[in-house]
Ligand binder design. Structure first.
Ligand code: AMP
Ligand code: GLY
Length: 415
């Protein structure tokens, strides 16, 4: 099988590594890729927002399967452009990608499918905004309707700030605050059938103790020793299956990865958000544990044959991913600094997220620079492996959280 993967982050590096392990993979092409991916696949320069260029490259390379990493090309309709040329694509159509592209759309689908989620109002002016905020009270949750690269959601006690944030977008979703731990659970879907992956937890705040601003994600771990055993089955039945069925019933089947961001509240599991693609850094923590052949899995999903694929096999080890971020991230990342000291071993992998080569030397090129995943017999060992590797990397002014999976590892040891 010849696969073309679109994207250039840590998620795509982890996808490329896992695709490479599939014995049926013949060629792996990535566009545009990054210096880490370049070591394991053929990279091609490309504007990921140019659908025609993606189709052209897939045709030139006689690709069997295109896998789309980021949300933007999906919302731009790249899957539809590939479908026109009869090229299999793992990633939803433009219409189905609205599950991520519009919070209001996602809410309507959840409502019609009977999927548990926070109560919400969609508002378009100040009167509606204030009335919704006062209906729910603090903490206020305000979400811009469209794609916002992680900057669209505000959770605040400050009513004036909530209004200010809401007025920055033409349409906002204001919803009740959900209390309880957050879990990310991914479903692979062929439009009719869903295979759930294992749950992971990511750390969205910039600094230890969940302090500081929201980020794209500073780390993750999986599995979750504290989570109820039935979480996968329950999410499949209450969230993933009904959503996929609803999308099919609307005539816009969802083919690809349905990312359910869940809150485990005292009143049951509720959906915080849907994404239409693999999460980042959850992918970096999940895929090193996946034993099932990823190219075959994604091809089965893209061609409507998932039901025959069977369940997924996972390594027994735990995994912990720690993200190395540039100085100033997330507000104003300083990039272009040299990176040194990357050494992997049997227990850890370094995924490139925002790097570039300058005169053959590795430099930072983004807010999140590297994602280091450690594997171990439990979370404590996995943490040790990840932190041993990341602590040897030098990048001027960079920072990483020291408490990724810490509480869960202590609780696990206590059991
Ligand atoms: P989203 O982009 O919808 O995932 O929101 C980003 C982050 O905001 C989530 O991961 C949560 O930490 C927080 N958040 C979103 N919606 C809610 C909610 N209804 N209640 C509490 N926190 C929320
Ligand atoms: N980990 C959060 C995201 O991928 O959106």
């Amino acid at each position: 099988m010849k696969v073309l993967l679109i994207g250039s982050g840590g998620r795509e590096h982890a996808l490329a590594s896992a695709l490479n392990r599939d014995p049926q993979l013949e060629e792996l092409h990535v566009a545009p890729g990054n210096p880490g991916i370049l070591e394991i696949a053929k990279c091609h320069p490309l504007d990921i927002n140019d659908n025609a260029a993606i189709v052209k490259l897939a045709k030139e390379l006689a690709i069997d399967l295109v896998v789309i990493g980021p949300e933007k090309p999906l919302v731009n309709g790249v899957a539809d452009a590939l479908a026109k040329e009869k090229i299999a694509c793992f990633g939803p159509s433009k219409a189905a990608a609205q599950l991520e592209g519009s919070k209001d759309f996602a809410k309507k689908v959840m409502h019609d499918a009977g999927v548990p989620t926070a109560k919400s109002f969609t508002c378009r002016n100040q009167t509606e905004i204030e009335s919704a905020l006062d209906k729910f009270g603090p903490p206020y949750v305000v979400k811009h309707d469209g794609l916002a690269a992680g900057k669209g959601v505000v959770v605040t006690e400050d009513r004036a700030f909530a209004i200010e944030h809401a007025l920055q977008s033409e349409q906002v979703v204001i919803e009740e605050f959900l209390d309880g731990p957050e879990v990310s659970l991914f479903g692979i879907s062929d439009g009719k059938f869903v295979i759930p992956m294992q749950p992971a937890q990511d750390f969205k705040r910039a600094f230890d103790g969940d302090l500081g601003p929201n980020t794209g994600g500073m780390g993750a771990y999986s599995p979750l020793p504290w989570a109820p055993d039935e979480i996968i089955e329950e999410t499949l039945e209450q969230v993933l299956n009904p959503t996929i069925a609803e999308m099919a019933a609307r005539g816009t089947p969802f083919v690809g990865l349905l990312y359910a961001g869940l809150a485990l509240t005292s009143r049951g599991t509720k959906v915080i958000e849907f994404n239409a693609r693999f999460g980042d850094p959850e992918t970096e923590v999940l895929l090193p544990r996946l034993e099932s052949p990823l190219a075959q899995l994604l091809y089965a999903a893209a061609t409507g044959n998932l039901e025959d694929f069977g369940g997924l096999l996972w390594r027994k080890e735990s995994a912990v991913t720690v993200v190395l971020a540039s100085a100033g991230y997330p507000a104003a990342p300083i990039i272009g600094e040299p990176i040194m000291g990357i050494k992997t071993n049997d227990h850890s992998t370094v995924f490139h997220a925002g790097t570039e080569l300058k005169d053959g030397l590795l430099h930072s090129a983004g807010g999140r620079v590297l994602a280091v995943t450690g594997l171990g017999s439990d979370l404590t060992e996995a943490r040790d492996a990840a932190y041993r590797t990341i602590s040897k990397i030098t990048l001027h002014g960079s920072h990483y959280r020291s408490d990724i999976a810490l509480n869960a590892s202590v609780a696990e040891k206590g059991n």
